[in-house]
Design a binder for this molecule. Sequence first.
Ligand SMILES: Nc1ncnc2c1ncn2[C@@H]1O[C@H](COP(=O)(O)OP(=O)(O)OP(=O)(O)O)[C@@H](O)[C@H]1O
Length: 908
Amino acid sequence: MLPFIVAGLTIGSVFALAAVGLVLTYKTSGIFNFAHGALASAAAFGFYWLRDLHGVSWPLAAALVVLVGAPLVGLLLARIADLLAGASLAMKVVAMVGVLLAVQGGLQLLFPPGESRQVASFLPSDSFELFGTPVTVAQLITFAVGVLATAGLTVFLRRSRTGLAMRAVVDDTELLDSMGVAPQRVRRTAWIIGSMMAGASGVLLAPLLPLDATSITFLVVTAFGAAAIGGFSSLPLTYAGGLAIGVGQSLLQKYFVDATGIAGGLASSLPFLVLFGLLVFAPRVRRPSAAEFLRRATRPAWTAPSSVRLAGALVLLGVLVAVPSFGADQMLAWTRFLAYVVLFLALGLLVRTSGQVSLAHVSFMAIGVAAFSHLAVDQGWSWPAALLAAAAIAAPIGALLAVPAIRFPGLYLALATLGFGIALQQMFYAQDFMFGAGAGLTVPRPELAGVSFEGDTGFYYFTLAVTAIVALLVVGITRSRLGRLLRAMSDSPTGLAASGASVNVSRVLVFCLSASIGAVAGVLDGAAQTLVGGDQYQPILSLQLFAVLMIAVGGVPWYAVMAAFGMVVAPAYISTDPSVTYAFMLLFGCSAIAFAVMPPDAGTAPMWLRPLVDRLAVRWPSRRRPPAIPTAAPAPLPAAAAAGGTGLRVEDLTVRFGGLVAVDGVTLDARPGTITGLIGPNGAGKSTVFGACSGLVNRSGGQVLLDDRLLSRFGPAVRARRGLGRTFQQMELFDSGTVRDNVALGCEAGFAGFNPLAHLIASRRQRRLVRQRTDEALAMCGLGELADRQVASLATGQRRMVELARCAAGRYEILLLDEPSSGLDKVETERFGRILTEIVEQRGVGILLVEHDMSLITSICDEVHVLDFGTKIAAGSVGEVVASAAVQAAYLGHSSDAFGPQPEGTRS
Ligand SMILES: Nc1ncnc2c1ncn2[C@@H]1O[C@H](COP(=O)(O)OP(=O)(O)OP(=O)(O)O)[C@@H](O)[C@H]1O
């Protein structure tokens, strides 16, 4: 066993070295370098080129690669990282995936795969005995390089000024500025060191395996597993993680040396299983919201008028129907193009519509085609039955990916999906139930109702029909309730949950749907080729799909058409030479980097195009009714309020954040039909009380009840459905939607709730009720004129009103409004007060109002509670509270001016 441990420690040390460099750059720049393995790969090829092809001595070659080449690459990456400052997480992922593809494509162009290349070992091969086990000097040196580099880096980070600055740079850039240390310089140093570590690991790995760009790139992805063990933060733990993975792999190889089943792939997929497992089972880390993940456009989105879109769709359909007449020699490429349109629609639903991420979508193609082939060929199932079964098999596997999505959206989800894709390939592709070890799988073409689609042209038209159906289905989904929920989830998962819909149900649904549609794409693509093997579904293809999808422009289904054209048809027409594929990979990589560093609005339709298209458009009369001014009786209230519910009761509530007691034994009531103020200086704990009431903040003690029923053990969506609505101090709007969409979701999200079917289908009655309540809420809040404006384009005051209208449209008993008038001027605030009173009168709801504007509090509140340092210091009518000495002391030190308007941040 000892020799395996020694071998494991040696290779583990190389992984650890790479992982430490990765964590360093992530910690200092907040950018996770997906291309870390590609850098190692480039270093290995650089070393090979210098030493093996040009006879440079190994120390000089290693020094040139690690001390000259790698720092230069590090500087380039630092520049890209600078340009990405302030970009969304999605763009950071796109840029780094772009770097990976560019390096990979470039390397494969320079060193075409297929030729056998081997770096001769360069470290001394003499060996000595350690505890009776032979150990080579090469192993010792490799191990020592890892230890020394990590130890040196740790000392550097702890002792040197730049090192200290490096540790602080992510947390507090301004502090660094004030220390006289430029954060940019610090980050640059980190990127240089990180790249050098990737370079060193590439050089050390080079002689250990045949030189191949993809295998080293993915071998170094092992470092991702080690980084996960170190919590993406601790360097010593990351180092230990690298060693542990190395030893674990080595031991698995020993024990499963002859294993042919799944166990045979365990060793190589261990790092990815670790990565996936940690992200699924580890305690939650801070969750970046999906909104952090997606690119946010500041300019309102523009879509061509529907007549132009319809005309465009017909022209496209016409061209596709005519393909056999002008593209007969490229029928395979055109048929695969259609399959890729389906695939991009699947991925787009997930990434572009719902703001999730998947770097494993090629896996669903593989699962789909393998399942289909076994069912149709081995089991003799009919073509449609096998297709539907393949889609159904992919769905629960998609749901599995939703688990990390629920726990860690954003970057960690991207990593988990990448790990999933690689583990699937390593462990399952060669199994008999997938592609097996033989020549591949036969994928038949259909024969339906006596009509054969075996021929290339026939199958093309068949694929065109299926693609059109899938496109209509995806367009339908995006326009349906599920589509609205997914877009809302992408903009603000918190806002959606607080409106009553289970975000997790939406997530699982979209992953299942996307996986199933991906499987259908796999079947179509496989049947186009008729024979497929596992090597066609390499995980790197998933990265390419993601990058191409992100750079494609337009809505559904245009981005899918554009992406599939770029990925399949364009390369096929240029040449069948594999180098064209590599050149396209390089091109996609560079385009992805360029796209990611562009300003957020650059991807939207060009300004000059818009008037042109608008002029071309035929204007159809709008079927949309203008918002009605409510004249009849208001819509029915939730049962509790209608039956004279007792409202919200907060009992002895305590909330702690670590050592800080933010709320300390607070008790208060808010009754339907009344407005209750909750005031207090900044940091008094008001928003925390709201968070605990709506289930977004964990309470440490006490209870929250609505109509005497305990709410405390429920999440935000259930509480909303029980009758607790809220707005947020930092508004949680669905920015990509219109005002009407936002307001409608206030009611519709509650109907969707936790029921997957209700996420998909809205009953007639519900649709009518949503329309009615939306119109009423819009009219009540004076938003009729703005109903079709995109929320992102509105001013703060208007946005606050939209959030209020969203609450007013919901079926709530109590509304928690958190500083709803902040950002409004005096006139707007007075109007706002009148609207609040009207909502209470018309809807019969109760309002608990957190406000700094005392004129608003004194003019509309029936009762006021006052917090200071987390405890309640007074309660009563406005007059009683104004007269309270404790309250005046808490505010402005005995000044009666306390109840003038309070600028934010005022605190004596
Ligand atoms: N997630 C958190 N983690 C740690 N501390 C927190 C967190 N949220 C709030 N706090 C702290 O809890 C205390 C109460 O904060 P809270 O936001 O509830 O006050 P507030 O009365 O709403 O203030 P403001 O009027 O400024 O919004 C503050 O000291 C704040 O720094």
